[in-house]
Design a binder for this molecule. Structure first.
Ligand code: AP5
Length: 230
């Protein structure tokens, strides 16, 4: 009889600019673990001009959170079909975390671990104000720390890179404040459930990837996906 398939269901928890999107993309590219980024999903709605996008944009441009009911509808659609995933930017409130627990319990797909990215305030501001990204794919670069080969052009698909409208200094400060007020409480929420693993995310992108791989409870393998640690 073959061994049951292992799944990895991670939440990347951390303030804006901590590197959640960067690391999700690395793990998705290398190991095929699907990234679910609520920020990218919302930005796609904005670009497509949907009703949801029009409503969300007012919150996003102000650095505020989009209301929980909108976010729960969006995440339910994403999680339905896949077994292993990384949640990047969700949940962001205790109400979202509780609703997610219910959703995943009904689907029989519990979260396996929560990785908390620890980064100080000055580094976050520097990362966000120097970020350029591909609005179509969500792939991110940094003018100083992770520049594209050609300025303003995505290495992968040749598409134009842009600065996000919420990466101005004022809105960044507002987003960091909202994180402290509404999202940081999730550390305790997941610590109490024995799921929280903190990593120091100040290091280089490669070193942060290594720290994540060293801290997840399974081996992510390029050849065969997810394996148990011996
Ligand atoms: P979202 O898009 O999720 O933004 P965020 O959480 O604020 O996170 P960021 O994307 O800004 O940062 P990140 O941690 O992914 O960093 P990144 O890897 O890009 O949300 C945007 C908005 O949508 C919210 O404000 C809200 O309005 C709404 N929203 C989304 N989800 C919601 C929810 N669940 N509920 C309600 N509203 C929601 O890295 C940043 C920069 O640093 C890049 O330039 C990168 O190249 C560089 N970098 C990364 N790692 C390193 C490293 N190790 N060393 C040096 N540079 C690095």
């Amino acid at each position: 009889m073959s061994a049951p398939r292992l799944a990895v269901r991670l939440i990347f928890l951390g303030p804006p600019g901590a590197g959640k999107g960067t690391q999700s993309k690395v793990l998705e590219d290398r190991f095929g673990v699907f990234q679910i980024s609520t920020g990218d999903l919302l930005r796609k709605h904005v670009v497509d001009g949907t009703e949801l996008g029009k409503e969300a944009k007012t919150y996003m441009d102000a650095g505020a959170l989009v209301p929980d009911p909108i976010m729960m509808g969006m995440i339910g659609q994403q999680i339905g079909a896949i077994d292993s995933f990384i949640l990047d930017g969700f949940p962001r409130t205790v109400a979202q975390a509780e609703a997610l627990d219910d959703l995943l319990a009904r689907a029989g797909k519990p979260i396996t671990q929560v990785i908390q990215f620890g980064v100080n305030h000055d580094t976050l501001v520097r990362r966000l104000t120097g970020r350029w990204s591909n609005p179509r794919t969500g792939r991110v670069y940094h003018v100083e720390f992770n520049p594209p080969k050609v300025h303003g052009i995505d290495d992968e698909d040749g598409g134009p890179l842009m600065q996000r409208t919420d990466d101005t200094r004022d809105v960044v400060e507002k987003r960091l404040q909202i994180y402290a007020e509404q999202t940081a409480a999730l550390k305790d929420y997941y610590r109490r459930r024995g799921l929280l693993q903190r990593i120091d995310a100040h290091a280089s992108i490669e070193d942060v990837t290594a720290a994540i791989l060293g801290n997840v409870n399974v081996i992510l393998s390029e050849a065969s996906g997810v394996e148990a640690k011996p």
